[in-house]
Design a protein around this ligand. Structure first.
Ligand code: GLU
Length: 302
């Protein structure tokens, strides 16, 4: 049997030099305070066991990884109707591109670029009476930690510097693909991004993606097995910004990254992994995080 604990410890040693590389995100001032040289990894296997190594208790905001959970919650409520408002194709452009959105008349390419996640947040806003609370509670239930909170400093900082995301949302509104008050939806979106966890909590939150849609903490059938496979396919083609192809080639697993330097990766039927290391490459993905998942994939003979 594979010794995951030893493998994660070796992964930490392997990527330590890389954790000093890259640049931390600075476009959100509160994120610029993160220090490079930190690394943590965790995984939860489908039999419920948890393994972790590195700076496991350090907290970080989930950023774009929240997009996988808000998409899940929107699919629970709208099913395939959601795809009338957002596409399923890789974008081939930066995660915050405005030109593509203009060209394609306000329908974002996929739910993992910012415009796609903001329109998904708008859809959720229509169906939830307290959307921020509902998404936070989902993180709490699925991570198994009822004390997960939102980092208000990061949420406020993102809202204050929302110009580009606001431009995308207003552009979608001008095309008729936005139902609610733009500012209120943006505030909810930034709060989702500012939910704060450690790697163990994050791996557990997404356990349903490797477990045919059933969360290992809450026991809930979060998505059907078919929807889970569909969501994993979208993560595989579009989850790593404009570097999804490179990640698929190097790691071979569905994944989702965030600008705080975190990435989740899913090996269906086996485990959900989460890594965190704040130094980012030019695509906005964690340098050590990708290298760690590549090392992990190599050593499980996947
Ligand atoms: N909150 C960030 C933004 O909207 C998320 C970006 C990311 O992690 O890709 O700009």
């Amino acid at each position: 049997m594979l010794d995951y604990q030893t493998l994660l410890e070796k992964t930490c040693q392997h990527v330590e030099p890389l954790s000093h590389q890259g640049e931390v995100a600075t476009y959100i001032p509160a994120l610029a305070e993160q220090k490079k040289g930190q690394f943590a990894i965790a995984l939860q296997t489908t039999d419920g066991k948890v393994y972790s190594a590195g700076e496991v208790s350090n907290k970080f905001t989930v950023q774009s990884v929240s997009k996988a959970l808000t998409l899940t919650m929107a699919l629970q409520r709208y099913g395939d109707d959601l795809w009338q408002r957002v596409g399923k194709e890789p974008s081939g452009t930066a995660f915050n591109s405005l030109t593509q959105l203009e060209f394609e008349q306000g329908k974002p390419r996929n739910p993992f670029i910012n415009a796609g996640a903001i329109v998904t947040a708008d859809a959720l806003y229509s169906r939830l009476s307290a959307p921020i609370h509902a998404v936070l509670e989902k993180f709490r239930a699925q991570s198994g930690n009822s004390n997960v909170v939102i980092n208000r400093t990061v949420a406020n900082s993102e809202y204050q510097h929302r110009y580009r995301n606001a431009a995308m949302a207003y552009l979608m509104k001008s095309f008729g693909n936005f139902d609610n008050d733009v500012e209120k939806v943006l505030w909810s979106y930034f709060n989702y991004c500012a939910i704060e966890v450690n790697v163990v909590e994050l791996a557990k939150t997404f356990s349903y993606l490797s477990n045919k849609g059933v969360c290992l903490q809450s026991g809930e059938q979060v998505l059907s097995a078919k929807q889970t496979k569909q969501l994993n396919s979208l993560l595989f083609t579009s989850g790593l910004y404009d570097a999804a192809g490179d990640f698929a080639y190097r790691v071979g697993m569905p994944g989702k990254s965030g600008v705080s330097g975190t990435i989740i990766a899913v090996l269906p039927g086996q485990f959900t992994a989460a890594v965190w290391s704040p130094g980012l490459d030019s695509y906005g993905n964690s340098v050590a995080g990708i290298a760690a998942l590549e090392y992990l994939a190599e050593h499980i003979n996947h």
